[in-house]
Design a protein around this ligand. Structure first.
Ligand code: ZN
Length: 278
């Protein structure tokens, strides 16, 4: 069977493939520290036609006898994404072959695809691996009661996902979660927001989760935050710190909202940063 070519990188023995889940849309009214006209202009100048669309990537990691997925897309929640399953099949992967799913965090565009339409676990043989603070946050009824109306449904989706995988849910604090895959806590966007550093054969790749939602705006302007951030100040400082780190280390990055190309380097551009897709 011929397999469709998705963006892919080899890191030592690990093969990492960007698998698209599709798109969601977010109004520029959700952005802080920038006015919508300016945000539109930055998207236009970067050659982006649909200014407010946000692409959703998941990453398939194969090697060392494992088939791992990092995040699971939106699964059609609010008509966002929902393409992961069919794209995995196009990549030659059956859902039953996935043996572990690492979560960067539990927002619906990352966990919506964990459950199928009938309410069953979409990945029947996968262990679900997530930061303990992320699970604790979404399970807390006080946090639910304090959440704005807009965000209440997010608790339901996260709780359904944790419940659906409850007998194979593994939480961590930091450190290596699977061989060659090390958790890097990146708090701010959510309490347990986590990147994963993949290392093999002396090569490295960082999957940085939701460090940016609009890369062509937030990489040159790391101070621009989005209403989905639980702690926008912390999210912005984590973003700045990480951009400094990945640009000075020339670290290959992957991110759930980097766009369809899926992989990039960040470089210093005067006082700012710029993205170079790979
Ligand atoms: Zn997201």
């Amino acid at each position: 069977m011929s397999k469709l070519a998705f963006p892919s990188k080899q890191v030592g023995d690990l093969n990492i493939t960007a698998v698209s889940d599709g798109y969601l849309h977010a109004s520029f009214d959700f952005l802080a520290n920038i006015d919508p006209d300016n945000a539109s202009r930055m998207q236009e100048n970067a050659g982006i036609k649909d200014h407010t669309s946000i692409h959703i990537n998941c990453y398939l990691v194969r090697g060392g006898g494992r088939t791992v997925l990092i995040d699971a897309g939106a699964g059609g929640f609010k008509q966002w994404g929902g393409r992961l399953r069919s794209n995995l099949l196009l990549a030659g992967i059956q859902p039953s072959e996935i043996d572990a799913i690492l979560l960067t965090h539990a927002h619906p565009d990352h966990v919506g695809g964990l459950m199928d339409a009938s309410g069953e676990a979409a990945f029947p043989n996968a262990e679900l691996v997530v930061h303990n603070r992320e699970v604790a946050f979404w399970q807390d009824d006080g946090n639910l009661s304090r959440a704005p109306e807009r965000a209440r449904g997010n608790f339901l989706v996260a709780r359904q996902a944790f419940e659906g995988y409850r007998d194979r849910l593994r939480t961590f604090d930091a450190g290596e979660v699977l061989t060659g895959m090390t958790a890097m806590p990146l708090p701010g966007h959510t309490d347990g927001h986590t990147g994963y550093r993949l290392e093999s054969g002396g090569q490295n790749l960082l999957v940085w989760g939701d460090i940016v939602h609009f890369p062509q705006i937030q990489i040159p302007r790391p101070d621009v935050t989005i209403a989905f951030d639980q702690d926008s100040h912390l999210a912005a400082s984590t973003r700045s710190r990480l951009l400094d780190l990945v640009s000075s280390e020339r670290l290959l990055i992957a991110g759930m909202h980097l766009g369809e190309l899926g992989f990039a380097h960040i470089r210093r551009d005067g006082e700012n940063y710029a993205i170079d897709y790979e």
